[in-house]
Design a protein around this ligand. Structure first.
Ligand SMILES: *Cc1c(COP(=O)(O)O)cnc(C)c1O
Length: 506
């Protein structure tokens, strides 16, 4: 309502009541004005009411909501179901134009505003997370793997003859698939075992650059956040190799924004070496449904080029989910979640370590990975992987059990031994768990108590006997039954070669 409306209201009810109501309305408007002026995360999270007022203000600016609008094009944001329209707050045009995902859509001023602001808030948040020199970013309605494809295809435009992607091994199928889907050839660099931890073989990366020739390398593809016992890659050293050899550096930062260890590595690598693009998942970092990712980097031009590589318009859902969530959290809310996650990581580590000791096991000594951790799982026979299934049946999701059995997996034509372990030669079976953003102390306590129950029913062996029983005698292992969980479980079951059981989803 404008001031004329309020004047008219005063004819209906007492003036003071109207003024009071108008002042209350002004509180929402002030927040909105501040957001439009600053284009930054509000410090205090907004109420749902303020957020809905803004969404409504924006949605009435889109042509599908114009009174008397007459659409005669083939795409007019006509939505059949009122339920669907409601789910989208009356937005229907998506984001972008045919040529570019970050372009303004003339039919949809409100959607375009929302998209610009969401990208701006995301940038502010990335800075807040520990990468102050990030220059540009945008939200893409595709998960991390596809956004990495888009980034590599963009690199390819300026390096059309470079076919190789040097990739320190990370056993996450989306990573290897993204390289193959982009039509490129992965050059796998095996990790080095340092103590319990798997670390980047920097010298092997350097050697590969020489062997292949720098101009034939499309990019070096590194990873921050990953399952233990793998550590984040040595980004500074790789960034240096990229800088010296003029090779683009792509970083998979899937759930790394929530962890200052990962963001610090990116910031340092960009400062001292070369980083072109880093990609992160929206669901893993911001507690929104799966569907989006943020592509970010240190050069406006490159980011613009990537956004222009995206053909056509795109769904606005992941952008709107992030926009609503960031306004609702505010910078204070996000910082509190990050702090809580860090505390729970320590708590989980202590609890898991104690649990391991109770069952004759030990926590693997992994200092560089500040999200995921692992404990040994020395069990009689080949039942290590059954433990994962048992936990899943008890409604524990997200743990992974990895047992090195020597199985060779074929991922899109690329062969991996012990896929899931990040290594051909990891010496023992283990179970991983992660402290991700939004986890609660109750989650940790429940997990540990269920794990205790499961382990007390198993015949556990002393942890140091594990390498002997599994690796030396891998041919003797009886063939386990396929996991009944199939693709719904996050657990990886590595089976001896020749079994019908494929890896569960990674
Ligand atoms: C989640 C994840 C991916 C892939 O993510 P999608 O969003 O499913 O494409 C890639 N790498 C790592 C390390 C991940 O954790």
């Amino acid at each position: 309502m404008d001031s004329d409306c309020y004047k008219l209201c005063e004819k209906l009810i007492p003036e003071t009541y109207v003024q009071q109501g108008q002042q209350a309305k002004q509180v929402h408007q002030n927040k909105i004005r501040h957001l439009l002026e600053q284009k930054k995360l509000p410090e205090e999270g907004w109420s749902d009411l303020t957020i809905e007022i803004l969404l409504q203000e924006f949605s009435v600016m889109d042509s599908n909501n114009f009174p008397g609008n007459c659409g005669v094009g083939e795409r007019e944001a006509r939505v059949f179901s009122p339920l669907v329209l409601k789910r989208h707050y009356n937005f229907g045009h998506g984001i972008g134009r045919s040529g570019e995902i970050t372009a303004i859509q003339p039919k949809a001023a409100g959607s375009s505003l929302l998209m610009k602001l969401a990208n701006s808030l995301a940038l502010d948040l990335i800075r807040l997370c520990g990468i102050p020199s990030v220059k540009s970013c945008f939200v893409v309605p595709m998960a991390t793997g596809m956004s990495m494809v888009l980034s590599m295809l963009t690199f390819r435009q300026s390096r059309p003859d470079a076919k190789f992607v040097i990739w320190p091994r990370i056993d996450q199928k989306s990573c290897i698939k993204s390289i193959i889907t982009a039509g490129l050839t992965p050059v796998v660099v095996e990790n080095i075992l340092e103590g319990d931890e798997l670390r980047t073989d920097v010298q092997a990366v350097r050697d590969k650059v020489v062997e292949l020739g720098a101009s034939n390398v499309l990019c070096i593809f590194t990873t921050t956040s990953c399952f233990a016992p793998r550590a984040p890659d040595r980004l500074e050293e790789i960034g240096e190799i990229c800088k010296v050899n003029d090779i683009p550096h792509l970083i998979n930062n899937a759930y790394g924004l929530q962890c200052t260890k990962c963001t610090h590595l990116i910031q340092q690598a960009a400062r001292t070496g070369r980083v072109d693009v880093f990609v992160q998942s929206t669901d893993k970092n911001f507690m929104v449904p799966v569907g989006g990712s943020i592509i970010a980097g240190f050069e406006d031009k490159l980011l613009e080029k990537i956004s222009k590589t995206y053909p056509g318009r795109a769904s606005m859902s992941p952008t709107m989910d992030l926009f609503i969530t960031l306004l609702s959290m505010g910078s204070r809310g996000y910082k509190a979640l990050v702090k809580q996650r860090k505390e729970l990581y320590t708590y989980l580590k202590t609890s898991l370590s104690q649990c391991a000791t109770r069952h004759g096991q030990r926590l693997l000594n992994i200092n560089q990975n500040h999200i995921s951790m692992a404990m040994t799982l020395a069990v009689e026979g080949s039942s290590a992987t059954d433990i994962g299934s048992k936990l899943f049946t008890r409604c524990v999701s997200g743990t992974r059990v990895v047992a090195p059995t020597g199985k060779v997996s074929d991922i899109n034509g690329q062969k991996f031994c012990n896929f899931g372990a990040h290594s051909d030669v990891y010496p023992c079976s283990y179970l991983t768990a992660a402290a991700g953003i939004g986890m609660t102390k109750g989650d940790v306590d429940t997990f540990i108590s269920r794990l205790d129950k499961v382990l007390s029913k198993c015949k556990m062996l002393p942890y140091n006997s594990v390498s002997k029983s599994v690796v030396d005698k891998q041919e003797d292992i009886s063939i386990p039954q396929p996991s009944s969980n199939g693709e719904t479980s996050d657990e990886v079951t590595l089976q001896p070669s020749g079994t019908v059981c494929d890896d569960a989803s990674v």
